[in-house]
Design a protein around this ligand. Structure first.
Ligand code: ADP
Ligand code: MG
Length: 435
């Protein structure tokens, strides 16, 4: 049997047995090839291999046997072969490497909560063994701590071994440096520089979208670092697949590692972050003030921090104590604005009412068109009107995958063009929501 065919058939059958999240995290990263009676499955890293071995291997064996009509009876699970790792002799002196790390952003003052636990754990394990998950891809909305984690990784690597060459860089800066290098005929130095680091921490790589030349250079640099088991950590506010204008081969390379999401923090975490930030400037804020801020400013940590800073600065300036009343007064314009912002629940309620279905139906697994159309519309409006990331929206719709949300958005876009009534429905719903 044709081997892609066999694995594709197995994938279909896994979909019936496993959740989308399981598929995305553990099964899709696998690569399979078939040779007579043996299916070789390659897991991109040890983490995935171990989990597949303990949780999914039986299912895989059974499915392969059935789908191949008992022809393929052996399933081998392994890690990619590692090429012989010659060390690059760096031409660049380590003293000339500027890390650009901000020492104030470290693991100690990164407050952990459900929303960022996995991301933080992955970052910490990267430090323990450089090159283990390569690349590590951190994605999440603005102001949720991606840059903070990137600096934390760099600082921690240097804390453990100060001879390590670590470079933190915003993608915009990478592009600028490259352009300068081309202009001044120093592209070889540019290449040597990046290829001689132990860890490259590249922030906001959505910035590479539609920049072909920089993508090319980044891709080569990245491949070299990868081959020599140097660590690459990337952040983005988008998942690789969503970055329009990023080449396919780069996208697929980027997911060949480990990716983790940061979601907006829950209330308790926001309160803990506020106390931490106040302490960092030697101030103390009462609990009721922290709760008030955390309750009202929820979309991202940067805004939360901004509102705290504003309260502290005003208190200092007016020589007033930071009380709840004082905080309310200081932030009254800001908070009323937040209150007017749309929530996903509001959108779900409005869409459900419009189509005369229940909100629980929207969140359920039901698949008849009476439910799927409103569900798709609600997801696409949530994407349009809120600043939540695709994974967060997926979660709010009964724990669906971000690709489902993406699919819903595309589908609704097409439907609106094809059907005047769907288009009208969407307009009516938006109208209701905006009043
Ligand atoms: P992003 O890069 O995702 O846009 P940043 O890393 O710049 O976000 O975070 C914005 C601000 O919020 C920074 O000041 C950062 O220190 C703070 N922050 C975010 N998450 C946390 C956290 N879990 N604990 C402490 N501070 C945080
Ligand atoms: Mg950032």
């Amino acid at each position: 049997m044709n081997n892609t065919n066999l694995w594709d058939k197995c994938l279909e059958s896994f979909c019936d047995n496993l959740s989308e999240k399981q598929m995305k995290t553990w099964i899709h990263p696998l690569e399979a090839s078939c040779n007579s009676d043996t299916l070789s499955v390659i897991a991109p890293n040890k983490f995935i291999k171990d989990t597949v071995e303990s949780d999914f291997i039986e299912l895989i064996r059974e499915t392969v046997l059935i789908k191949s009509n008992n022809e393929v009876s052996i399933v081998k699970l392994s890690l990619p072969e590692v090429k012989a790792t010659a060390r690059i002799t760096p031409k660049i002196k380590s003293s000339s490497i500027k890390s650009s790390l901000n020492a104030d952003l470290n693991f100690e003052n990164f407050v952990e909560g459900k929303s960022n636990q996995l991301a933080k754990a992955a970052c910490m394990s990267v430090v323990k063994e450089l090159g283990q998950y390569n690349p590590l891809y951190i994605y999440g909305g603005v102001g949720l701590g991606k840059t903070h984690l990137l600096h934390s990784i760099g600082n921690e690597i240097l804390k453990q071994d100060k001879r390590k060459r670590v470079v933190y860089l915003h993608s915009e800066k990478f592009v600028q440096n490259m352009i300068t290098a081309i202009r001044t005929n120093k592209i070889e130095e540019f290449k040597d520089f990046y290829r001689s680091v132990d860890a490259l921490l590249l922030d906001d790589i959505q910035f590479f979208a539609n920049k072909e030349k920089s993508q090319e250079e980044f891709f080569h640099t990245f491949n070299t670092l990868f081959e020599y088991k140097k660590q690459v950590v990337l952040t983005s506010d988008k998942y690789p697949k969503e970055i329009a204008g990023l080449e396919e081969r780069i996208k697929s390379r980027l997911v060949w590692g480990m990716s983790v999401t940061i979601d907006p923090p829950d209330l308790e975490t926001r309160v803990a972050i506020l106390h931490g930030k106040a302490e960092a400037v030697n101030q103390k804020i009462p609990d009721d003030v922290a709760y008030y801020l955390a309750k009202n400013v929820y979309s991202n940590v940067r805004e939360l921090e901004g509102s705290l800073r504003r309260v502290l600065a005003t208190a200092h300036f007016k020589r007033a104590p930071v009380t709840l009343a004082f905080t309310k007064e200081t932030l009254k314009d800001l908070i009323s604005l937040q209150e007017r912002l749309m929530t996903i629940e509001q959108i779900q309620k409005t869409v459900a009412a419009y189509y005369n279905v229940r909100v629980s139906d929207l969140l359920s697994a039901k698949r008849d068109r009476k439910i799927t159309l409103p569900r798709h519309i609600a997801m696409s409006i949530a994407k349009q009107l809120t600043s939540h990331s695709l994974p967060t929206i997926g979660d709010a719709f009964g724990g669906r995958d971000h690709t489902t949300v993406l699919h819903a958005c595309k589908k609704v876009k097409a439907l609106k063009l094809a059907s005047a009534s769907v288009d009208q429905d969407c307009q009516n719903i938006l109208h209701t929501l905006n009043n």
